[in-house]
Structures are given as structure tokens and as C-alpha cells.
Design a protein around this ligand. Structure first.
Ligand code: SF4
Length: 208
């Protein structure tokens, strides 16, 4: 397994992009947040819309204190650490730097790697290409499963069975399959009301 955390001290991290926007999907939809998209991903989903993040060698390392200062400089309250697969890195130094700025920290992860850092909200979006660790499903505040066909609904239930009570259960259409997936999810949620539908509103609004 590639572990990028062992390749540096994680006081600097490979950043693909940073931007201040509005969370477009999941439980925190509509809330302003500063996005930190880290490079590196060994999950390699066929439908990935962030393939530019896969190879960390193509990004420039950024100091965690500088990242946190840029985030705080926007006036944001919340930060989303995403990727790529951010947990390929030790996130503790970045989280500590963000805490010193008084920011609330949200994580978006596939759950394929162990947790590092401390978070106010953990969204695990598991992928069949590299299934999540049981420990990460237990850590999840939100389980967000990408749906393109009925097999994905079965995978969603397998993952949900390993979450703790109170974890928000979200189904989200794979964008290119959304016409089929919306109908599947709609029918499924009516019959399984523990689940909710997550819409990728940032794609509809054409924002990042
Ligand atoms: Fe892309 Fe996310 Fe899958 Fe990695 S885990 S390949 S970034 S969709």
C-alpha cells in the first residue's frame, strides 16, 4: 500500500487546489466552506471526476500553516479537506494548524485508509474499487454512497451495517448515470426511509 505520510513529515502537503465556495453535496449542502483538495489517490474509481489529483508528484507541496492562514483569510468558518484520498497523508499537522485558526474541519474520504487528525464532521464515501476500513465506517458522521446501478444499493447497505447509530445515510447519483440513478434512489428511499438523497447541487449551479 502506498502511504504518502511516510514520504514527508506532513508539515507540508501536496495541494491540487484551494478555493472558498459552498458545499454542494451531502449533509452540509449549502454551507460556505474553504476547500483544500489534496493530491494522491490509490482508490482509482472509473467514474472519478478528480483524476488530476491521483498523482501527488504533479502537485506543489504547501506548508500547513500557510494553508490554514489562507483559509482563515477568506473569513470562512468551515474547511473541507478532500482529495484525492486525503487520508493517504497524516492530517494531524494540518488539522492542528486549522484549529489554531479557530476553524471547523470537515473531512471527505473514501475510508480506505486509517484516520489521522481530528474533525468536526467525517463524511465517508466508500468505493467498491477499494472498500472502506471497518474502523472508518464506525468513525463516519455521514455515509455517502455513489449510485449508478442496483448493485451499488447493496454495497450501500453493506457499508451502512457497519456504521454507528445516528450516522446520516446518503445516496448520491454517479453523475454520468444520474438519469437512471435518480429513479433508482427515489424508489429506494421510499422503501428504505433511513436513507436520504444527496444531489450534487454545485454541478447544477455550475460552481466548484
Ligand atoms: Fe476519485 Fe475519490 Fe475515487 Fe479517488 S476515491 S478515484 S478521488 S472518486
Amino acid at each position: 500500500m502506498v502511504n504518502l505520510a511516510s514520504q514527508n513529515d506532513c508539515m507540508s502537503l501536496p495541494v491540487t487546489e484551494e478555493f472558498y465556495s459552498v458545499q454542494g453535496e451531502g449533509c452540509n449542502t449549502g454551507r460556505a466552506a474553504y476547500f483544500i483538495r489534496l493530491a494522491g489517490c490509490d482508490v482509482r474509481c472509473p467514474f472519478c471526476d478528480s483524476k488530476a489529483t491521483w498523482n501527488a508528484a504533479h502537485s506543489t507541496p504547501a506548508n500547513v500553516a500557510d494553508i490554514a492562514a489562507r483559509a482563515a483569510g477568506t473569513g470562512c468558518r468551515n474547511v473541507v479537506i478532500t482529495g484525492g484520498e486525503p487520508l493517504m497523508h497524516n492530517l494531524a499537522p494540518l488539522c492542528e494548524a486549522l484549529r489554531r485558526q479557530g476553524l471547523s474541519i470537515w473531512l471527505e474520504t473514501s475510508g480506505a485508509h486509517s484516520l489521522s487528525g481530528s474533525f468536526d464532521w467525517i463524511c465517508v464515501s466508500p468505493k467498491t474499487a477499494r472498500p472502506p476500513l471497518d474502523e472508518m465506517l464506525l468513525n463516519a458522521d455521514e455515509l455517502k454512497v455513489v449510485i449508478s446501478n442496483a448493485n451499488d444499493l447493496a454495497f450501500a447497505e453493506q457499508c451502512a451495517a457497519k456504521t454507528r447509530q445516528g450516522c446520516a445515510l446518503m445516496l448520491q447519483a454517479e453523475w454520468d448515470s444520474r438519469e437512471t440513478a435518480y429513479q433508482l434512489m427515489f424508489n429506494y428511499v421510499l422503501e428504505h426511509p433511513a436513507w436520504r438523497i444527496s444531489i450534487q447541487t454545485h454541478k447544477i449551479l455550475n460552481i466548484r
